[in-house]
Design a binder for this molecule. Structure first.
Ligand SMILES: Nc1ncnc2c1ncn2[C@@H]1O[C@H](COP(=O)(O)OP(=O)(O)O)[C@@H](O)[C@H]1O
Ligand SMILES: [Mg+2]
Length: 394
């Protein structure tokens, strides 16, 4: 596909710049237009190989734009891909009926969908023969692993940071990033001892053209002993309130394009932002503590997730004895939540909090503890499982 010319039409300058950059990275020649009328002029003058457009124009109706392109001999057969900020089914249908080849909604899954649409548009023309390995590699998204729980205080953030550390330790060649999405205030930075200014809120403030995969690879801190790179969470509730939510999808997409493992701490939030991420995840690490109320709540959360199309094969449930020795057994917990628990972490008393306070991973601070063995084993199992599930998907 190298050398093909793409016309990018988007009235939003930031969005246009982001897409142009992305297309240049994929070695396309890029033309741009900032309005419907300008786009028609460029399309008929330069005859691009494909038009990628946001169908919301202020100077023309979406259908009119598509029909005009279809009616001209110069663009009658040009692939037209709508990349739309409007998820409404009515607009999708109207655009497709008017002659658009594809209608993709701008969302966190859009870039993957776009790649597939391009493959279809160019008739599966061998990408592999032409694209350098480095570029090709960036096309396979990294494995997405999300950590969540039904309640706070179950050890979600501690397990997230420690398991990610072990994943990197066991796969030193892999790029591993941890993203703290817990609002209004994150906690992974505190666990690993990062005090810098780069976090989810400040990153979301930057223009999307800047926060591409290379930016994160270059800029994200790699806290001592932890080995992974961190995109820290909101440092305080005030910042959390200023977070530009709509940027999270693009940020996660950029990370997925450049890292092999993207590990998200979602905490206990099931929201419009976190749900699509959970739905996309290769592996969902659901943290359960042993007290009855958390276990019951986990059952409820799971029912909700299952109703949202999430399959139990993607769930990696962890029973964490965070609250002490009392509580339910694994079997009792499984009976209530309705699916198997894959691993159980022992109660570590104040040792866990101590390691956290010293900003040390458990396997570094207590290498001989049973918990360290379990951390290593479950990290390996999670990687194995995530890879298996991914292979099955494709
Ligand atoms: N297995 C465990 N044994 C003892 N303490 C634990 C264990 N797991 C977590 N903790 C402690 O529980 C507290 C809450 O953990 P945290 O990871 O912040 O939970 P969450 O992110 O779910 O709110 C921390 O002080 C942590 O050190
Ligand atoms: Mg937490």
């Amino acid at each position: 596909m190298i050398g093909k010319t793409i016309l990018i039409v988007d009235e939003n300058q930031t969005s246009r710049a982001f897409l142009s950059n992305l297309m240049r990275e994929k070695r396309f020649n890029v033309l741009e237009a900032g309005s419907g009328k300008e786009a028609l002029i460029v399309a008929w003058r330069d005859e691009p190989d494909l038009v990628l457009f946001d169908p919301i124009f202020s100077d023309m109706r979406d259908i009119e734009f598509i029909q005009k392109l279809r009616q001209s001999a110069r663009t009658a057969r040009t692939p037209l891909i709508a990349l739309s900020s409007d998820p409404a089914p009515a607009r999708r249908e109207a655009c497709l009926n008017a002659g658009a080849n594809e209608y993709i909604v701008k969302s966190s899954g859009a870039l993957a969908a776009l790649d597939e649409a391009f493959d279809r548009a160019f008739g599966g023309e061998a990408v592999s023969a032409e694209v350098p390995e480095s570029v090709q590699k960036s096309r396979e998204n990294g494995l997405l692993i999300v950590f969540l729980s039904a309640k706070g205080g179950t050890g979600t953030s501690s397990l997230c940071a420690n398991l990610a550390m072990n994943i990197k330790d066991q796969n030193p060649e892999a790029r591993v990033v941890v993203v703290d999405l817990v609002l209004p205030i994150g906690s992974i930075a505190q666990i690993v001892g990062y005090e810098g200014n780069l976090n989810l809120v400040t990153a979301a403030d930057l223009p999307s053209a800047q926060t591409n995969g290379d930016y994160f690879l270059r800029e994200l801190p790699e806290p001592d002993l932890w080995k992974f790179q961190l995109l820290a969470g909101s440092p305080d509730p005030q910042h959390g309130n200023n977070l530009k939510f709509e940027r999270i999808g693009q940020i996660v997409d950029a990370l997925r394009a450049s890292y092999d493992f993207i590990v998200l701490d979602i905490g206990r939030s099931l929201s419009r932002i976190s749900l699509p991420l959970i739905q996309q995840a290769d592996l969902i690490s659901l943290i359960v503590s042993t007290d009855l109320s958390t276990i019951k709540l986990t059952g409820t959360v799971w029912e909700y997730l299952a109703g949202q199309g999430i399959e139990d094969q993607n769930v990696y449930a962890i029973l964490n004895r965070a609250v002490g020795l009392e509580g339910l057994t694994k079997t009792e917990a499984e009976d209530i939540i309705g699916f198997p628990i894959r691993t159980t972490f022992p109660y570590m008393g104040s040792n866990f909090a101590l390691a956290n306070n010293l900003n040390q991973p458990i396997v570094t601070k207590y290498p001989k503890d049973t918990a360290s063995i379990i951390f290593k084993e479950s990290a390996a199992e999670m990687v194995r499982l995530a890879r298996q599930l991914r292979a099955r998907k494709s």
